[in-house]
Design a binder for this molecule. Sequence first.
Ligand code: NAP
Length: 278
Amino acid sequence: MSSKIPLAAVIGQPIHHSKSPLLHGHWLRRYGIRGHYVPMDVSTGDLRGVLRMMPKMGFVGANVTIPHKLAVFDIADQITDRATIIGAANTLIFRPDGKILADNTDGYGFIENLRQGLVDWDPKAGPALVLGAGGASRAIVSSLLQAGVPKLILSNRTRIKAEQLQGDFGKRVQVVDWVQVGNAVEAAALVVNTTSLGMTGQPEMRIPLDGLQKDTVVTDLVYNPLETAFLRSAREQGCRVVDGLGMLLHQAVPAFRAFFGREVAVTDALRAHVLGGK
Ligand code: NAP
């Protein structure tokens, strides 16, 4: 076994807001692992040089975030199927042979969060309504289709972007106009907000939710605030709701396993640690 202390990083610009050092740091301490996880502020122009240098410095891998999630595709030597389908990567693994493997664990994190939040959640229970067609939406659409949703209704303010996703993911995806989306709520067994609406500093999500059924599951990718007005409204109507923080925590599990060789759990203590921000 190598005597080197494994290092990992999250790379973005800006990076000071990232919660990844907090959550990986919690697991390193909790499981008594000799290793370090650091934030790295790297410009787009420097990305390739930095990534090629990192393995020589003892780094075993890195998470990548805005604005590098697409750019790493041109730098990686190998790309997993799920990252290829999603069209972006959030995890890089530096292999002992010097090759860089790019992966995307966002869809995995999304599904695991629903499974942990609602143990009886069944993706096959009925149609899913996905709001938004930005970068995060691709991972959600792909993972829901893979999990077996019978039909996926997709709506985005800019309709053409939803149609592009439909073109990529096929006939189980149906596009509805953003101004008509309130009518699609009633048929949905799952409603997901993947837009940035509701995030602190952004406008609220204003689609009419009065058609929601009581047994509909409603989830939001926004986790700042933890309970968005969208989730609160769904909860007040008796729906089952799952917040977005768990997705962030679960997407880190496969990365931690790849970097530090340990299976880790998403616990209340981890949630409290990340929310506490220390
Ligand atoms: P993005 O690529 O910039 O996409 C933004 C989406 O929001 C687009 O669908 C956009 O619609 C929509 N939108 C923005 N302003 C709007 C408005 N005023 N009215 C209607 N729609 C509007 O961002 P992203 O990377 O997909 O991220 C989206 C959100 O998910 C962010 O809040 C991010 O923090 C969160 N997220 C959370 C996790 C997690 O682990 N929980 C992971 C990834 C992302 P248009 O196409 O019409 O502009």
